[in-house]
Design a protein around this ligand. Structure first.
Ligand code: FPP
Length: 237
């Protein structure tokens, strides 16, 4: 039987710090190696027909890390934005539509305006939607959605009794996208860490001891093969 490719995959890119420590390198080198793997997996996912992929790049809790580590991560995002601008044509050919999801407040201003440029420049691509979660927290995402809905109630557009699950789905950062079928977390941790908590209600989870900078195309294939052996019932029998 032909294997089924998950429509949406979520990935928690974990283990960069430990990867660096094993090599006596600063943690920022682990993130740098992780950013390379992010690019590689992004491309591979598009090639094999994944329609949406969401990467957890920086959580609302990650601001608690040492300032030099936070700065190193912000600089990796800046490098990626530079590259997205330089390689607009190439990205268009690969069909990557890029979205930055997360709470904008608190993110350095220069990044926010460039998020918007990159999103606009890639708007017409239609092979794969790539969500990069920065200053992202699943609970905050739900709070942000509730605020939007509360404004609609206040303006008389919605009656509180008529609010549905679909209204929440329509007001979260991934509005209009399929929910993740598969969530991958490497590095031997078995937690969701506030990632896509609304969207993952029926997701399959795949864990592995591999550290994110060592994650290869073959690991994505393995996760997809295992996903194919799961029996998804969505609450039915
Ligand atoms: C968690 O590993 C990883 C992060 C907090 C950062 C992930 C970000 C990247 C890989 C950069 C992505 C780049 C772009 C352009 C999107 P950890 O540091 O907590 O690892 P540890 O648990 O081993 O310490």
């Amino acid at each position: 039987m032909e294997r089924k490719i998950p429509e949406h995959i979520g990935i928690i890119m974990d283990g960069n710090g430990r990867w660096a420590k094993q090599r006596n390198l600063p943690r920022s080198e682990g993130h740098k190696a992780g950013a390379k793997v992010f690019r590689k997996i992004c491309e591979y996912a598009g090639e094999i027909g994944v329609k949406y992929i969401t990467f957890y790049a920086f959580s609302t809790e990650n601001w608690r890390r040492p300032p030099e580590e936070v700065e190193a991560l912000m600089n990796l995002f800046r490098d990626y934005l530079d590259e997205a601008e330089e390689r607009q044509e190439e990205n268009k050919q690969k069909g990557m539509r890029i979205h930055f999801i997360g709470h904008r407040e608190g993110v350095p201003m220069d990044l926010i305006s460039r998020f918007e440029t990159t999103e606009r420049d890639s708007r017409d691509a239609d092979k794969i939607d790539v969500n990069i979660a920065i200053n992202y927290g699943g609970r905050l995402e739900i709070v942000d959605a509730v605020k939007k809905i509360a404004h609609k109630v206040k303006d008389g557009e919605i009656n509180p009794e008529d609010i549905t699950e679909q209204d929440i789905s329509d007001n979260i950062y991934t509005a209009g996208q399929a929910d993740p079928d598969l969530i991958i977390r490497p590095s031997g941790e078995y937690r969701l860490s506030n990632f896509l908590i609304w969207q993952s209600a029926y997701s399959e989870f795949w864990f592995s001891d591999i550290l994110w900078p060592d994650f290869a195309e073959a690991d994505l294939d393995k996760a997809i093969d295992d996903f194919n052996n799961r029996n998804r019932r969505f609450g039915g029998v």
